[in-house]
Design a protein around this ligand. Structure first.
Ligand SMILES: [Zn+2]
Length: 394
């Protein structure tokens, strides 16, 4: 972060210079225009047409020309000064950031022969583009990389984007229609999306003033199914009706008109719709990218240490990292279990097995510990039949 702040400071300096230069430039050009305009008016007023210039006048004219030239030259040289500040930003970037990060990824990762990997990457990019609503770019990439994406995969993204776009335009209808048709499943998720949509529509009516009062009152019946869960919010909305004549913006209920409700509804919709459709709120690509940004500095340091101690070959780059990297709670998706015997993380092919004594070890460890058809728990040590062990899922 310190490095970013360093570059930002240089950038601020440049922006400040640009600002002062712009103001100064406008001011001097304005003064110059005013001066020349005045001179022209004086000349025209003197009615000198056809007569040769007097000595005084020609002096005034040449003074004017010199003044124009000086001002322009001064502006040009000031402008040149900004160049050095701009190049200082470039130098700050070079000084504070590593430009060479290829070394921590093995070349073979992007090998043309590894076609399957390439396809996985392309698919991740396409999914990200769909998720971001950049549908035409996603289509183009599919065509160019000859990727076949079936409609079932695209459909949820297309629908979500259509609804989100409408929400950004403050059009609630598509979102409401979607929420009503998925009401039961949304309730199972403890989602308050439908209520929030109705509330926004109600507030929208309130903003229309007293002539919308009847419509708002009749719309309030939509709150009925939510009366128990959102009693307090419904009371607030009903209370606001008292101030309809006076204008809601001048009442204690002015917070209802806050624009942040629209940003909030987009967020709620994305989160709840994604969890209902089994999609992640953030695309796998952006999660991987963010994790990479956290891991990169650590890996760069490790790489430097490995090279310094001349122990290259310690890190094979193949499906493994040289050390464990803490990515924070946000990236915890599921629990993991490491076998206490083999000190390896369990996987689908080597799952954790619970022995009848209650101790848990991996299947590989269990197989290694079988002796003469019997298994002795390495912890308690109860003797048991290996077939009695049960697979457990975290
Ligand atoms: Zn045991």
């Amino acid at each position: 972060m310190e490095q970013c702040a360093c570059v930002e400071r240089e950038l601020d300096k440049v922006l400040q210079k640009f600002l002062t230069y712009g103001q100064h430039c406008e001011q001097s050009l304005g003064e110059l225009l005013h001066y020349v305009g005045q001179l022209r008016a004086e000349l025209a007023g003197a009615g000198l047409q056809g007569t040769p210039l007097s000595a005084t006048l020609s002096l005034v004219m040449s003074q004017c020309c010199r003044k124009i030239k000086d001002t322009v030259q001064k502006l040009a040289s000031d402008h040149k000064d900004i160049h050095s500040s701009v190049s200082r930003v470039g130098k700050a970037i070079d000084r504070n950031f590593d430009s060479e990060i290829c070394g921590i990824v093995s070349d073979s990762v992007w090998d043309a022969r590894e076609q399957q990997q390439q396809q996985i990457l392309q698919m991740a990019i396409v999914e990200h583009l769909y998720q971001q609503g950049m549908l035409s770019v996603a289509e183009e990439l599919c065509q160019e990389s000859m990727l076949n994406v079936d409609l079932d995969f695209k459909q949820p993204f297309l629908e979500l984007n259509r609804i989100l776009e409408a929400l950004h335009e403050q059009d609630l209808a598509p979102a409401l229609e979607w929420a009503v048709s998925h009401r039961q499943r949304l309730l199972e998720l403890n989602s308050s999306l439908e209520f929030k949509l109705h509330r926004l529509h109600f507030i929208h009516l309130l903003a229309g003033g007293p002539e919308k009062q009847l419509e708002a009152l009749s719309y309030a019946r939509h709150f009925q199914p939510f009366a128990r869960l959102h009693q307090r919010e419904i009371q607030v909305m009903m209370g606001s009706l008292v101030y309809l004549r006076l204008g809601l913006e001048k009442s204690p209920y002015c917070h209802l008109l806050d624009n942040s409700h629209w940003a909030e509804i987009c967020e709620t919709f994305t989160r709840d719709a994604c969890s209902l459709l089994g999609l992640s709120v953030e695309s796998p690509l952006s999660v991987s990218f963010a994790s990479g940004c956290v891991a990169l500095p650590v890996l760069m340091n490790i790489k430097a240490v490995i090279e310094q101690r001349q122990c290259t070959g310690v890190w094979s780059h193949k499906d493994e990292l040289p050390i464990e990297i803490e990515l924070g709670m946000k990236c915890w998706y599921h629990s993991v279990f490491a076998c206490p015997i083999l000190r390896q993380q369990t996987s689908d092919s080597n799952p954790p097995i619970k022995l009848i004594c209650g101790h848990v070890i991996s299947r590989d460890a269990l197989n290694k510990l079988i002796n003469g058809g019997k298994l002795k728990c390495p912890y308690c040590p109860m003797e048991q039949n290996p077939a009695d062990g049960k697979r457990i899922i975290f």
